[in-house]
Design a protein around this ligand. Sequence first.
Ligand code: PGA
Ligand code: ZN
Length: 407
Amino acid sequence: MPIIKKITARQILDSRGIPTLETTIILDNNLHSSSSVPSGASTGAHEAVELRDGDKNYFFGKSVLKAAAKVNNNINSLLQGIDVSQQKKIDTLLIEADGSADKSNFGANAILSVSLSCARLASRNNNLPLYQYLRQLYSGKFNSQEVRPIFNVINAGLHASGSVSFQEFFLIPKNKNFADSLQTGCQLYQQLKKELLVLGKNTSVGDEGGFAPRFENNDQVIDLLIKVIGDADVTLGLDVAANTFYKKGFYLPEDIRLSSDNYLDFIFRLSHKYNLEILEDPLAEDSWADWVNITARIGNKTKIIGDDLLVTNPHRLKKAIDIKAANGILVKLNQIGTLSETLEVVRMARDAKFTVIISHRSGETTDDFIADLAVAVGADYVKFGAPARGERVAKYNRLLAIYQNNL
Ligand code: PGA
Ligand code: ZN
């Protein structure tokens, strides 16, 4: 197997016009490959740390030149001469050389860009489609059905200014395969646009491609989605992103301030009223007891998904499994920072019969790695945003190529 000759990183832009990192690795046989990393807006407090420069006069502090330098210097020296197919060894070397608990030394953005580039390059060198190579690395339990897409068709919260408090409103088609679900999702997205225009509402879109008009309250959004769904076989879901309106022990989901107990009742009624299939981050990221409570109350009907709660972290996932604080996990590579740790988290989730959702971030590039990852691990769902905007559609289109042509 050829060895790593050179690793270089550069600052590029993500879909929000904010800097992110792209890394290229060249082998001694001159084969090369690149990967870029995403970035969140509603990041969990327990995520691995993105290294940003913090110079307020340059990209408002968001540049990633220090992270690029870590790749070009420290990581390049660390990995030169190593067999690129040794993914576990490479990821372990990266974690150990970084030396911090949260990857803040090299930056999770620097580490992940290298980790993903190695996998992509090894798959090319083996003449395997990426998803097939990743499945070999994964070697855990998987769902053999095609993944179901979750379409975030209304963007609010931190992803769109001036709208309601819940961050994402999902349409989840139930067709028999991915391509049909994609078609259903696209048609309903266009239908939603027409309905918004009839209501005189704005149809510009938020960070994840969903529409972002003004609404009076969260229920008004869901009622409109129910109208758009009509008799199509489509269910509803939410990413509440509750951290964003949790302040000092109280939740402020609308114009009311609710204690944790009253808020739990509010969520319970909402889930019941709308028959929600998926409820992501209904509670604050460290309110473990309330998560246990909501999972016990509605977990038999609704998938209670931990995003900011679990941050793709094996320790937090283990705790959630042990105390039954959720029944599903949102998986985001950059929350933990290496491919190997992400695969370990998915294996652990599967063994505990947790629902697995592979997810994008609000700041994305056209890199479509996560589409291959979703197929490789046999995820239950993918959450790649609305069926609009190039960086979202790139991932849906990659799934079409995998499922239709085994590419
Ligand atoms: P983020 O949002 O990428 O801005 O963190 C996505 C999500 O919360 O699922
Ligand atoms: Zn989320």
